[in-house]
Every structure is written in structure tokens, then in C-alpha cells.
Design a protein around this ligand. Structure first.
Ligand SMILES: Cc1ncc(COP(=O)(O)O)c(C=O)c1O
Length: 388
């Protein structure tokens, strides 16, 4: 373990300098801190990678979960074909850091954003953009002709109750429009069934995903029957990866949360029981007890600004058994210690599994990556706040 005798200025210098390997330990980090257990993270990446390879699919993990170019590059080195991104601004950050194989999963609308999408495609020409309406295709095509560039467009299918063109004839018409428009290429289909990802119970989840993906497969066939090649059928999530990987016509999976996991995902249940544990909890938030008003109550320095609050679940203690967390405002959490397995005092640290990974990561500038108790790397959440 590292030497606690050093000053904060020295700790800050080491953390900012990036050369942290084995020098700084968990207890020295300023809390609340976002931690990544590298052993668990590597296990998760390996498991997903082996799974997709066995099932003859490609993997383009969703970068909206981590927003970190270092993680996107790690995944590509592990075998991913690129990274999905939710928004153009996320894509711009990834592209600037040399991440290729980008798929922007949300429609890009408006003149300025189309200009930006073209600049992005100039840096990373294999970028794929999703479209779900004819005017958007025409706008992309016109802008691409003007800039003398080419764009790859995938049609976004309405199977997930979010965005997309209706399956069947409307999708065929859109694919044909792309095919016949100058300077745009038809890349395939995105079919993301978001409503299936957290259906409780594996069998029920399978049913929901299968019903949605059936429409995607039928649409793919329809387009092929009309003489067009559909190179890509991408979709899927952490909750349905082992369901969608069984679908023959699907070419690619785009799960995101599996690298980290969270409380919400664990509750959906797995194939083998009521807790979904195909992937390990790799992400946590380290907190400090800053007040202890009574024997059974402690207050930690992490509230709404340290954890996501969009799910009906609370942070779960990872380091101290029996501790129950309750929201106590922007900066505070109250711990019920009545069932705690160990005493906690002012200054003690407590680590929590987070409620929902994507919005929690978006609250932090960096992720401290630990091997055991020492910080091995510090990764930047460079696309934090990039929601444009
Ligand atoms: C379009 C799209 N694909 C894939 C994912 C990944 O899902 P998950 O993080 O549940 O694996 C998301 C997440 O919201 C998404 O919006």
C-alpha cells in the first residue's frame, strides 16, 4: 500500500499527471469518487467478447454508458468493431481521440448538426448515422454532395418505442431512397428494442425481444427481396445479449452496461435465478462518513449529485454488509447501520454499487481504475455532458 504520509498536493499531482500505477491507493482518493474494479471490468469484456464471437456476431458496445475514449479503445483492442454513441457531440469526442467504427444511434437533425456530421465523417469515414425519415436522407445527401463527401446511413427501425421508421414498406421505401440518393450509402438497419432490455425474468425478456426483433428480420428480408444488400442488423442490450445472439439474421450486438453493471440491471433476473449476474459489478462510488448523529445513523458525502436517481432503487453497499442507504439530498446520503456487519465512524469509507451506470458516470470527470486496492489508471470521462 502507498505511503499515506504524502500531502494532498502530491496526491493531486500524481492523479493529474496520469502516471499513477501502483502509487495511489483507494483510501487516498477524494470522495465521492467513481471507481472501476479492473478485474471485474476485464472479466465482463472478455465474457461478452467470447459470447459474440461464439455466435458469429460483431460487437459495437454502446459508449453512452462510459463516455470515455480510453474505454472505447480498450473495447476495440479486445475485438469490438467500433463504438456506438448516442449523440453527435459524443461521437466528436471519440473521433478526436482516434476512435473509429462509430455508429450514432440517435437521429441527427438540423443544418448545423448535419454540417458537423460531415466533418465527423471526414475524420472517421466509416461512421454510420441513423435516419428514420426521408427529408433527413435528402438533407444528408445534399450536404454530402456539396462537401464532396460520402456518408453511411442506416435506417433506424421503430421497434423500441423510441425513434425509427415503421417496419415493412415504409422502411423499404427509406432504404430505396438512400440507395438512389447521391453521396449516401445504405449501411443497414438499427433495431434497438430498449423496452425489452430490463423486462424482469429471462423468459419474459426473451419473448419481448423476439417479438420486436421478428419485425426487424422481416424488414431485412423485404429489403433483400427487393434487390438490396443489408450488411448490418444491429441492436440488443446487456439484458438481451444472450437472446439476440441466437437470432440468425442479426449481425451485431450493441450492449453498453455490461462493462460496469448496476443495481437496476441486477434486479431483472438472469437465466439461472432472480439476480442477473452474467456480468460482475465493476463500477462503484466511494464515499466517506462525514457525520454520525447516533449509533445507528451515519451520513456519507454522496447524494443526488454523486449517484443517478432515475431508477426506483438506491445505491447498495459493496464494502460493508447490512448497511442501508437512503437519499438525503444533493450532497448527502443517510446510512442505516442497525444491521451493519461492521462499525462505521466519521472518516470511514463506504463503497456503493450504483443504481444506474449511464447517468452516474455522466456526473464524474474521471474514473479511477483499481487493481485490488491500488489505482492502476485514471480514465477520463471526456464526453461527459455531451448530450447535444
Ligand atoms: C440505441 C441503444 N443501443 C444500445 C444500448 C445499450 O443498452 P444497455 O446499456 O442496456 O446494454 C442503449 C442504451 O440505452 C441504446 O440506447
Amino acid at each position: 500500500l502507498s505511503d499515506h504520509a504524502r500531502s494532498w498536493l502530491e496526491v493531486a499531482r500524481i492523479l493529474d499527471g496520469g502516471d499513477v500505477n501502483g502509487i495511489i491507493c483507494r483510501e487516498e482518493l477524494p470522495t465521492p469518487a467513481l471507481l472501476l474494479d479492473l478485474d471485474a471490468f476485464e472479466f465482463n469484456v472478455q465474457k461478452m467478447m467470447s459470447h459474440v464471437c461464439e455466435h458469429n456476431k460483431t460487437l459495437r458496445p454502446h459508449g453512452k454508458a462510459h463516455k470515455s475514449p480510453e474505454i472505447a479503445k480498450y473495447l476495440i483492442t479486445a475485438g469490438a468493431v467500433g463504438a456506438c454513441v448516442a449523440k453527435l457531440s459524443e461521437a466528436e469526442v471519440f473521433a478526436e481521440h482516434g476512435v473509429g467504427g462509430l455508429l450514432v444511434t440517435t437521429p441527427v437533425i438540423g443544418k448545423y448538426k448535419i454540417e458537423r456530421a460531415l466533418s465527423l465523417a471526414k475524420i472517421q469515414p466509416d461512421t454510420i448515422l441513423c435516419v428514420d425519415n426521408a427529408q433527413n436522407v435528402l438533407d444528408f445527401s445534399d450536404a454530402a454532395v456539396t462537401r464532396r463527401l460520402f456518408l453511411n446511413l442506416a435506417i433506424d427501425l421503430w421497434i423500441g418505442r423510441r425513434t425509427g421508421v415503421e417496419p415493412g414498406a415504409p422502411s423499404l421505401a427509406l432504404a430505396q431512397l438512400i440507395d438512389s440518393s447521391p453521396n449516401v450509402r445504405f449501411a443497414g438497419i438499427q433495431a434497438y428494442a430498449g423496452h425489452a432490455s430490463q423486462v424482469v425474468g429471462w423468459e419474459e425478456r426473451r419473448k419481448t425481444s423476439r417479438e420486436s426483433m421478428r419485425q426487424a428480420l422481416d424488414t431485412k428480408q423485404l429489403i433483400e427481396k427487393n434487390g438490396m444488400n443489408v450488411p448490418l442488423l444491429t441492436g440488443g442490450s446487456t439484458g438481451t445479449y444472450d437472446i439476440d445472439s441466437q437470432i440468425e439474421g442479426m449481425t451485431e450486438l450493441q450492449p453498453g452496461s455490461f462493462i460496469f453493471m448496476d443495481v437496476a440491471y441486477r434486479r431483472i433476473g438472469g437465466k439461472d435465478g432472480p439476480v442477473y449476474q452474467d456480468f460482475r459489478n465493476a463500477l462503484s462510488v466511494l464515499t466517506t462518513v462525514i457525520s454520525k448523529p447516533s449509533r445507528d445513523i451515519a451520513v456519507v458525502d454522496a447524494g443526488f449529485k454523486a449517484f443517478s436517481t432515475d431508477q426506483p432503487v438506491t445505491p447498495e453497499s459493496k464494502s460493508a454488509e447490512g448497511v442501508v442507504y437512503r437519499w438525503a439530498g444533493d450532497e448527502h446520503g443517510i446510512l442505516d447501520l442497525s444491521q451493519a456487519s461492521q462499525p462505521l465512524n466519521v472518516g470511514s469509507t463506504v463503497e456503493f454499487v450504483i443504481p444506474h451506470c449511464d447517468p452516474t458516470v455522466n456526473l464524474y470527470d474521471r474514473i479511477f481504475c483499481l487493481r485490488g486496492d491500488t489505482v492502476e489508471q485514471v480514465w477520463s470521462v471526456a464526453a461527459r455532458g455531451k448530450c447535444q
